[in-house]
Write a protein that binds this ligand. Structure first.
Ligand code: G3H
Ligand code: 13P
Ligand code: ZN
Length: 363
């Protein structure tokens, strides 16, 4: 096209309203990335299979390379589907764009490790606004959580519905939440659990169109899930936490047969990792998690996504503290991040094989 011709095109775009809208859309869509082009999948089929098969998909948080390598190695070796979770805090720490590229790289890495058909979801954990969810959808996430659980019911419905309407245009799945977990969720903290009300779930799911529902039945975030006074002690003097409210879960399942349920705050806080951390200078007091037999029971039910973050942090910290204490002259980060990665991988494989039952479900 000659210089004059190009001038006419620019002039036309500038003057014609419809053309201007199309042009802006073209620019926006050019910037949009579909998770499908990155080799990622959404949660739809994964959850349907998990409910039918009586197992749960591990949802592991990541914010650094060693964590991601450990997750992918563990999943490739066990052929387990996996949900890679990015929290708002992780986004701020590591940069959302970088994390997205890391997830894209993870798909290629998985194949390189011999996992022919990796089933990997990239999920926003605890999204707290429409804008944040939209930005994740636009940049290649295949699933988002909109956590309106701290809002009044009607506001939670309205916000969740808005996110669903946007995300579904791009085949991105959405997790909503009803009920409040005790403990800290990003900047929001609650002293007590507000268990999910089974009588609300059908209305919430119908009005919002969510693909899965996170519920509150007694789990909580972090490494101190229960106060010692909430626990009993076994014969050896070890703290035993109060049981999860399986009655609430069963009532929810009755209301929503076959609907995917999500459990947050499901770290078990392995006492051997806590002991290693404290042995080598740490100060974790009264750390306690969810017993693994309870998670096994939940995984066999409609619970098809189990969120684990704190256990990975403990495994990493324990390994690093041990190297620092035993090899004080060591200053090559690979010499302590390497053992940390190995310890996390061991943990992830254990969760997949012995707790959630997702081994071999993504051959
Ligand atoms: O649900 C919370 C996750 O453990 C993420 O924690 O916000 O500190 O990254 P974070
Ligand atoms: P934990 O703190 O028990 O690992 O929970 C993680 C979580 O729920 C992430 O959303
Ligand atoms: Zn959570």
């Amino acid at each position: 096209m000659d210089k004059n011709g190009l001038g006419h095109v620019i002039e036309f775009v500038r003057n014609d309203y419809l053309c201007k809208v199309l042009f802006i859309n073209l620019i926006i869509h050019k910037k949009m990335v579909s998770y499908k082009d990155l080799g990622l999948v959404n949660t739809k089929e994964m959850f349907a299979k998990a409910i039918k098969g009586g197992y749960a998909i591990p949802a592991f948080n990541f914010n650094n390379m060693e964590q991601l390598q450990a997750i992918i190695q563990a999943c490739a070796e066990t052929k387990s589907p996996v949900i890679l979770q990015v929290s708002k805090g992780a986004r701020q720490y590591a940069n959302q764009t970088l994390l997205r590229y890391m997830a894209e790289g993870a798909v290629e890495y998985a194949k390189e490790l011999g996992w022919e058909h990796p089933q990997i979801v990239l999920h926003l954990d605890h999204g707290d606004s429409f804008e944040l969810c939209k930005s994740c959808v636009d940049m290649g996430f295949s699933s988002v959580m909109i956590d309106g659980s701290h809002l009044p019911y009607d506001e939670n419905v309205a916000l969740t519905k808005k996110v669903v309407e946007y995300a579904h245009q791009f085949d991105v799945t959405v997790e909503g939440e009803l009920g409040v977990l005790a403990g800290v969720e990003d900047e929001v903290s609650a002293e007590h659990h507000t268990y999910t009300k089974p009588e609300e779930v059908v209305d919430f799911v119908t009005k919002t169109g969510v693909d899965s529902l996170a519920i509150s039945i007694g789990t909580s975030h972090g490494a101190n899930k229960f106060k010692p006074e909430q626990c009993t002690r076994n014969a050896d003097g070890i703290l035993v936490p109060p049981p999860l409210r399986f009655d609430v879960l069963e009532a929810i399942e009755k209301e929503l047969p076959g609907f995917p349920i999500v459990l947050h705050g499901s770290s078990s806080v392995p006492q051997e990792e806590v002991a290693t951390i404290n042995k080598y200078g740490g100060a974790l007091k009264d750390a306690i998690g969810i017993p693994e037999e309870e998670l096994r029971k939940a995984a066999a039910s409609a619970v098809c996504k189990i969120n684990i973050d704190s256990d990975s942090r403990l495994a990493m910290t324990a390994a690093i503290r041990e190297v620092f204490a035993l090899k004080p002259a060591e200053f090559d980060p690979r010499k302590y991040l390497g053992p940390a990665r190995e310890n996390m991988k061991k943990l992830y494989k254990h969760k997949i094989i012995d707790v959630l039952g997702s081994e071999g479900k993504a051959e």
